[in-house]
Design a binder for this molecule. Sequence first.
Ligand SMILES: [Zn+2]
Length: 406
Amino acid sequence: MKFSLPEPSLDAPNRNLERLKTVPAFAARYADHHKTASLDDLAALPTLVKDELNVALAHLRPTAAHGATWLFQSGGSTGAPKVGYAPTGFYMAGVHAHWRPLDRDDVFVNGWGAGRMWGAHFLAGAFADLSGCEVISLGSVTRDEYGDWLAFMAAREVTAFGGTPSVLRLWFAHARAAGLRLPSLRKVLWLGEAWHPQLDDDMAAVAPDAERWGMFGSTETWVVGTNTPQCPPDVFHTLPEQLVGVGPDDLLDFTTLDPDVLNPVLRYQTGDAGTFTACPCGRPDPALRILGRRDSVVQVRGLGLHVDDIVARVEGEPGVARAQILITERRGRVAAVEVALLTESGAAPDLADRLRQELLSSTFTLSTAFLHDPESFRVRVVDALISNERTGKTANFVVREERDGR
Ligand SMILES: [Zn+2]
């Protein structure tokens, strides 16, 4: 068990321990744990997983000491939605103290979707407020509006743009295909998903001076770490208010040390895996390399299918803009696996057929699971992938239940 901080102040998690003890479902589990004064105490605590935090929050219903109590929701693409509470400000003062991508001269477009209980838009707004820049609170727009808004951004000499990588990819791919440029853009802020190398290519064409600035976190932990253009996109420097543990199988757990924290984030596992590393940016503090989600291995007829690997492989093919795996279950058993492709103009007409043959012959799980019904594994060109309408996220895989009787 390794932690991100050597000697953190552990008062806040102690409070969280007392709060969790008041939750009837967890009273017995925490009964023998009385203190969190040291990292050893903390390492002895059981971890909390996604659905359990929902159970705890339903019982605790936290209230902010000052200002409003905001309730948000995330997830729903690959699992049950998770709730998270935050006070006014969304803890962004602590982030702003250590991370300064924006300054007063910036013209910042907040492109995270607003409403439907998704928190990123409001969090980014609170951060921009601290930075004192000009804020254009755009939110999400539909595809047929991209051209007009991009022209507006160019005319306003927008210098900074922020959003979920899935959404950023749509914006920059559209701008590149339409020959639109954002010559004043210097900074692209991102949060909510992993960075994607396609964004580097499209940004180089659309906004050659733009660099990426990333935040890592979740609706339950809020922002845990940040990075700069000098850091690799999957490496984040953790904030001093956030204690990160790396456990067996590189599974991460999070403990929030901020005394004002509303969610009882005490050794909470989001499902993300990671490892401590020395960041090539030169900052001496240990940084966290995010290795992806441990739940990206999906059981298909008793065999593990590494969906992220398959999506990355397919997206590396010329002519493929994006890919997504759709898993259809019937009475709890995987009935079919489909790889949906968004293709670029000029993609070879036999692309889907060729990829299907290659994936079947090179992926043990697919060839074995579909040995007797290979037609249940399909590769298909689609007009749009399935996205979460609230968050703008496009998950690498979506599981659908097929109803009996059709
Ligand atoms: Zn770094």
